[in-house]
Ligand binder design. Structure first.
Ligand SMILES: [Zn+2]
Length: 196
């Protein structure tokens, strides 16, 4: 199968929007695993800042102008911390950590061929190197790190956690990062069909 044909298969399956400069490796992974989330990361899906380029963001007088490597989801009750956060797929919790100027308390889960990360958490489940199932509680929404109010920053990267998971290009975009929005939309549509 040529790269173009693989791209067509994926496009037809409506699993993702066009990737910028897709590599054959990325496309093969999407195709092979037919990447799909099994559970939404939150009970209420409300996007407050989409994936991609965005204007500079200022929090407490500090401005950052970076590619947005994930989707921000607002709290069920805007600004209120405490919403439960779930793993979107079966996997292994690889990282539970803290970054004061960035992601705050964040957790990384490695799935079959890709990783997801959940940032600005208030409380993190300490399941390091333990298996988690799709829908398992992995944390509680907070507003830690570079965050103005309660939200979840949710991102994903292709590949295993060890393989340069955090590598950024000149714009601050993760080299292996991809937009999780199509997968969130696909799951919402699929659930809608199941529940009538
Ligand atoms: Zn974010």
């Amino acid at each position: 199968m040529t790269e173009y044909e693989i791209k067509e298969v994926i496009r037809k399956a409506k699993l993702l929007e066009p990737l910028d400069k897709p590599t054959a490796e990325k496309l093969e992974l999407w195709n092979k695993h037919k990447l799909r989330f099994k559970h939404l990361p939150l009970d209420t899906i409300r996007i407050t800042s989409p994936y991609g380029k965005r204007p500079p963001v200022t929090v407490n007088g500090v401005t950052k102008d970076k590619f947005h490597n994930g989707i921000d989801f607002g709290a069920k009750i805007p600004g209120k911390v405490g919403d439960p956060i779930y793993s979107v797929d079966d996997g292994i919790m690889r990282y539970v950590g803290f970054n004061a100027d960035g992601y705050g308390k964040y957790t990384v889960i490695e799935h079959n061929g890709y990783c997801t990360f959940y940032a600005h958490l208030g409380i993190q489940e300490l399941l390091i190197n333990k298996s988690v199932k799709a829908g398992d509680l992995i944390g509680i929404m907070g507003s830690t790190g570079f965050s103005e109010k309660a939200h979840l920053h949710f991102g994903m990267c292709i590949g295993s956690y060890k393989k340069g998971f955090w590598e950024n290009d000149a714009t601050g975009k993760q080299v292996n990062g991809i937009d999780p929005t199509p997968l969130i939309k696909e799951l919402i549509e699929r659930q809608g069909k199941t529940h009538g």
